[in-house]
Design a protein around this ligand. Sequence first.
Ligand code: ATP
Length: 473
Amino acid sequence: MAKILIIDDDEEICHVLFDLIKNINHQAEYFLTLEAGVKKALSEEYDVVFLDVHMPDGNGLEALQRIRNRDLPPEVIIITGEGDADGAETAIKNGAWDYIQKPLMSKDIILPLKRVLQYRNNIKQTGKPNLILKRDSIIGSSSRIKACLDILANAARSDTNVLITGETGTGKEIFARTLHANSNRLHKSFVVVDCAALPENLVESQLFGYEKGSFTGADKARGGLIKQADNGTLFLDEVCELNLPLQKAFLRVLQERSFRPIGSGMEIKSNFRLIAATNCNPENMVEQGLLRKDLLFRLRTVHIELPPLRERDDDIRELVKYYTEQICSRYNMQPKGFAPDLLDIMCSYNWPGNIRELFHALESTITNAEYEPILFPTHLPDNIRIQTARASITRKKQIITNQSSKQPKAQFSNNEFIPTYKEFRESVLSSAEKNYLKHLMEYTRGNIKEAGRISKLGRTRLYTLMKKHNISR
Ligand SMILES: Nc1ncnc2c1ncn2[C@@H]1O[C@H](COP(=O)(O)OP(=O)(O)OP(=O)(O)O)[C@@H](O)[C@H]1O
């Protein structure tokens, strides 16, 4: 259990952090002044300190070095105001682990927290910080992707089973290959088993191998994929597609690292490292009875959850540049530039096929542009332009609806009582705010996470506003 200290003068933020930390079974304490918090940080050992920059009794950044100036210092995650890029930069330069921006969203807190705790564990166990990772083909430097790479770097040092989840095209296979390439098994085989593509009647024979004559057509003995991965890595792609009897058999293989080929009376051993991947939600699959819970526990010793591309704007820009250069050079074309609105559209599109779709979209954009040196929105595939146009019209409609619903309040008849300007302004704003929240809840069907994503409001702020206007989910 890690010990975590929160120093923030906003009690609501302290509560949100405190609850999140408790929920993942760690110990938390909070202080509302810098003086009390720093005193505590210096008198006890903590793993992580969440530190607000703007405190009523001083600047958090100035206290950062004092907090870190000790043996095995706690890692500090700075809480900055919205858009405070300079504060964030100073924080990192002064040794902060990471920074998170207000308004706080739980996903922005959980990820850096998990990452830092994994790093601390690593240091405590080995006395060494993280490995440098070879990640040539993985593009992206968003905090979300960095968090995944950190987990990958740690996992590469061991033989633990790793489960990689994420939507289609988010890079599960490329992550699995990178993990193998960074492990001490890199000179041995990386064996891919696509559980969705194997015909059901052949899965068992392909995985376990068979003896000559064990079934019709088995005219000679064949080693299976599990044996091929001996001393290397076995990558079970779309693992949730394995049927339940095979899941049971595979669970045994995982426990024993040995198995019996079809028709053989002998157990054979295979020292493989397992990486499994799925684009389903494994917990849902367990609930639906499609995935064995005990198998999930085995597979998920380490879990890498790859974020969808639409949640990584910065990576979109990097990937667009990287792939455009690659495609142009493959087609022997001069490198092309981008009109800013092309990148804007690419960042607002929702990329259901993630990076795979982005790559194909760029190929077709570059082909459409032929020899023009700059890529414009008009070169993009139609489906992307249509979807972003539709989304922007829907947003505009919502704004107009909100504005028209506040109209009556903004007008007075001749002999009506006129409030003060402040009262008037507040009542109009309040009614607009209420309208906005009502639409937001209707649109997201009460999904707070989605509402937070659209509105860019933190969970706490969202709940506070809903309470103020008596709006339920
Ligand atoms: N971070 C990345 N940087 C560069 N290319 C990437 C990145 N992630 C994925 N790709 C590319 O996107 C394509 C899809 O990646 P990959 O096959 O690893 O995804 P996946 O999650 O395994 O997809 P699926 O679930 O459909 O099998 C590949 O061509 C891969 O090289």
